[in-house]
Design a protein around this ligand. Sequence first.
Ligand code: ADP
Ligand code: MG
Length: 370
Amino acid sequence: MFCHAAQVMGYRVAVLDPDADSPAGAVADRHLRAAYTDEAALDELAALCEAVTTEFENVPAESLRRLAAAGRRVGPAADAVAVTQDRIAEKTFVASLGIPVAPHIAVRSVEDLAAPPAHLFPGILKLARLGYDGKGQALVDSADAAREAFVRFGSAPCVLEARLPLAYEISVVVARGFDGETAAFPVSRNEHRGGILAVSCAPAPALPERVADEVARMGRAIALGLDYHGVLCVEFFVLEDGSLVVNEMAPRPHNSGHYTIEACASSQFAQQARVLAGLPLGAPAALAPSVMLNVLGDVWFENGVRREPDWAAVVRVPGACLHLYGKREPRVGRKMGHVTCVAPTLAQAWSAARDVGQALGIGLDDQAPA
Ligand code: ADP
Ligand code: MG
């Protein structure tokens, strides 16, 4: 999606991705098939490109450092990405800005779980690095369960955090240019199922303006604190008492910001291209309400049997925009694409999303969240 946005603006894009079937590689003008740490490939990328970004937060920070050392404009920079790659560093950094995070402890050895504070239970043990879509997480209700999960995760560094009473989840995508200019997209309200984003509504319905402003302010403060350049997503929990807690950041355009492709004048991907090109940021306001449904590999399977989903029924829904990423193998829990429904009112967008969901076997409530 970034390649598309940059190409629409007349740029050419080279992608470094080891996967021969890489969706971005298939769309890019050049696909360098090599490991993210391959020095020759990184040098080739530096020779080809004036500016470099990452779409994947687990690219080694060292690789970004090498590209910057070659004189390329790199956004986000290695140091900013490094913070977001490690939940311990991430929570420490966010808390240092005076922004609330979930109560937690860092777990680097089983001794750190000898006597964990009682207020962290019921809790979640999360691998500090390389987790995504709820992977590398275990619900733990006791210190024994936490120790057992830590060992099961290979005793790699983790955080143990309290499971919080969530009213709902929201996120904000913020862009920050190399001149320090920032733009925050409207906040989206996100429903996760099994730790994976399932549905996003934007602009978040029934969000008090005060909360939306606070979320944008915190997003900007995080971008500034990281000296971040490019597009950044910050995920928040809204607790039952209405208070805000930062869950985590993603140093890239984010699934919950995919709605910006159809619903905003300048999408999160166009914004990323603008930052890299050193251009002014685009207007982030939403032109219409939208509901986005994630399409997971699950929808290819009916009673365990693989068959093609009914795409005709999806695209027949007025206002439904289908995106499939061209991943070869649908697997349960794998993000294969998404559908954004844009309509003059949220109720209409929700109703369209329900129709799409029905075609794909994804259940949605009767009414949009309020
Ligand atoms: P990932 O990197 O896989 O996205 P997250 O930390 O964002 O991991 O967790 C995925 C989802 O799990 C969250 O969006 C939320 O729904 C739920 N979750 C995570 N941490 C907590 C928590 N401390 N309390 C309650 N729910 C949580
Ligand atoms: Mg998350």
